[in-house]
Design a protein around this ligand. Structure first.
Ligand code: F6R
Length: 609
């Protein structure tokens, strides 16, 4: 599973602390949730399949108290969202409670062994084996029991467990899934990420991989799987509660779409100085090392992969370095030809995407340098890469990625210019021309956001559509893919993105008078080509909704609807032209009455394969 886990021991109202943390971790998974507290030597468990609000209701009706507890918000993999599969899971004697984020790949063989020993399984989850394995060793104490079983597990996981026999401690362990802990004089907590503990603690410990943690009131001891102590220094939490609050917006997604001018300004302030690009010290590569790169392989998933596609066009255009873009889940298994001067770039908002981490490790196993573009500092990808470039989008909570996408492209643009200048393919004049164009982005994005009502009016005509096609070329081929992904993931309308030149090789057969076709055609070297593609759409009675440069009467004349974006150089156009598509998807989904921040079947952080 890709879930959120939390644990707390201390003097506060434990069920409120756990519930509060789960609200902030909910973006990780939200198809069921639960918590377990120890009270008077017994486990008090409350759990519900469904949204977290239903768990909150249940706790209001039937409160549960105690000084120690664990909680969970789930994204199901093994076993559908129903009560018996909802965490916390318990052992046969109902004395041990467990919450898990991850997947136990060898659970079937472990389950067979445990059932042969008489253990009774209540759920269809893979995780339940953990609680029964702990039960097997519980006579030696909870911590020893965990130590004795972790090596039997294959897969990736972070879990937390409590036992009525030792009601003063939470034991947690992690292998390839995120876990942080915090403690102060008389309390301690753990969570899948900092948002779980942010209202209580301003410092956290990043638990290293393959660790077992013992949390008690006021202490946190970390050991490796061989029981050797690990000393970890706490770090200050940079994220503030207000950063992960919706404020006056109805959804996180809308708030994050509207934050894009500010995000672009922050990146510009940080990365552009005195007419040159500053990559920051975390890149950890010297200019000589960057000069030597003969090939770049970008690997990422979903929206970050789309940003990578734009990155390829930018790097090849400015730095003349051969660049490939792989989907991480393909890259990790395809045994790519990777020679010594190839640099691998991982792109990830969360920094925790399982396939992207695996791709990064594949590259490192072949002794290649990995430079990552990552939004969440101290995440697994941040920590395991040789160097990093911060995306600087700020916390992104909405499941549909918006501001991280445009921030990824802007960073890739600046990175390409830097490489191009270094390698002599970009002159000082050219660099300064691009930088002054880039400085206009925040204002240009504002102008597009002011068209929100118009985009909503367009959405009103299409929220009942069954299918959508998105077409783009050149720098906006990726925009077509991203526009289609945004729409399908939050509105559940089938949408396909295509390179417009490919249309006549198949997808044109789909077009009829009912088909809305988003045609992305800002000013560019492929403008006329794209214009011809729109004519082909019109000739088949499709309904073109075009994204055009301000004042482009020609494309507007053949379109049913058009959204005008400010005049910009084509390298900037993928940043601007995606914004109307984010808003279109948002409005179509909300007009359909859907929960855009919690789309069905999805979770923000994909920590499983
Ligand atoms: C779509 C979306 C996903 C992510 C993908 C990679 O809106 O958010 O497609 O882009 O799961 O996530 P990161 O960038 O966190 O590695």
């Amino acid at each position: 599973m890709m879930c959120g886990i939390i644990g707390y021991v201390g003097p506060r109202d434990v069920s409120s602390v756990l519930l509060g943390g789960l609200w902030r971790l909910e973006y990780r998974g939200y198809d069921s949730s639960g918590l377990a507290l120890i009270s008077n030597g017994e486990l008090g468990i409350r759990k519900v399949p469904g949204k977290l609000s239903e768990l909150a209701e249940l706790i209001k009706r039937s409160p549960v108290t105690g000084q120690i507890g664990i909680g969970h918000t789930r994204w199901a993999t093994h076993g559908c969202p129903q009560e018996n599969n909802t965490h916390p899971l318990v052992d046969c004697n109902e004395e041990i409670a467990l919450v898990v984020n991850g997947i136990i790949e060898n659970y079937l063989s472990l389950k067979d062994e445990l059932e042969a020993k008489g253990h009774i399984f209540r759920s269809l989850t893979d995780s339940e084996v953990i609680v029964h394995l702990i039960e097997e060793g519980i006579n030696k104490g909870l911590s020893e029991a965990v130590k004795g079983m972790v090596k039997k597990l294959t897969g990736n996981y972070a879990f937390a467990v409590i036992s009525t026999k030792e009601p003063d401690k939470i034991i947690a362990a992690r292998h390839d899934a995120p876990l942080i802990c915090s403690f102060s004089k008389d309390e301690a907590a753990l969570a899948s990420d900092v948002s779980g503990v942010i209202t209580i603690f301003d410092e956290v410990l990043d638990i290293p991989n393959d660790s077992i943690v013992t949390l008690t009131k006021g202490s946190c001891s970390i050991r490796d799987f061989e029981a050797t102590e690990r000393k970890i220094l706490p770090r200050k939490v940079a994220v503030k509660v207000k950063d992960i609050d919706k404020g006056d917006f109805s959804h996180f997604m809308l708030k994050e779409i509207f934050e894009q001018p500010e995000v672009a300004s922050n990146i510009i302030k940080e990365r552009i100085q005195d007419d040159s690009v500053r990559l920051g010290s975390e890149i950890n590569l010297t200019d000589d090392e960057l000069k030597k790169i003969s090939r770049i392989v970008i690997q990422a998933c979903g929206t970050s992969w789309h940003a990578g596609l734009v990155g390829k066009y930018l790097v090849e255009r400015f730095a003349r370095i051969h660049t490939e873009v792989d989907i991480s889940s393909e890259f990790r298994y395809r045994d790519a030809v990777l020679d010594g001067d190839t640099m691998v770039m991982a792109i990830s908002q969360s920094g925790e995407t399982a396939d992207t981490i695996a791709g990064l490790r594949e590259a490192k196993a072949k002794f290649l340098k990995v430079l990552s573009l990552v939004n969440v500092a101290h995440s697994s990808i941040y920590r395991e890469s040789d160097g990093t470039l911060a995306i600087m989008a700020g916390p992104e909570i909405g499941v549909a990625s918006t501001k991280a996408y445009t921030a990824e492209i802007l960073n890739l643009y600046l990175f390409s210019l830097y490489l191009g200048r270094l390698r002599g393919f970009v002159s000082n004049e050219e660099l300064s021309k691009h930088l002054s164009e880039i400085k206009k982005i925040p204002e240009q994005v504002e102008i597009i956001l002011n068209l929100d009502n118009w985009i909503k009016d367009i959405a009103k005509n299409f929220y009942n559509a069954r299918d959508f096609l998105f077409l783009g070329r050149g720098f906006n081929y990726a925009t077509a893919l991203e526009g289609a992904l945004k729409l399908k993931e939050i509105s559940y309308i089938h949408a396909t993105g295509y390179a417009a030149g490919e249309m006549k090789h198949g997808p044109i057969a789909l077009i009829d008078e009912k088909m809305p076709i988003v045609c992305i055609n800002p000013k560019s070297i492929v403008y006329e080509k794209m214009f011809s593609n729109i004519q082909e759409v019109v000739a088949r009675k499709g309904i073109p909704i075009s994204i055009v440069t301000d004042g482009d009467e020609k494309t507007m004349a053949v379109s049913k609807y058009a959204v005008q974006i400010p005049d910009c150089i084509e390298h900037i156009s993928p940043i601007l032209s995606v914004i109307p598509l984010q808003l279109l998807a948002y409005h179509i989904a909300t007009l359909k009455g859907l929960d855009v921040d919690r789309p069905r079947n999805l979770a923000k952080s994909v920590t499983v394969e």
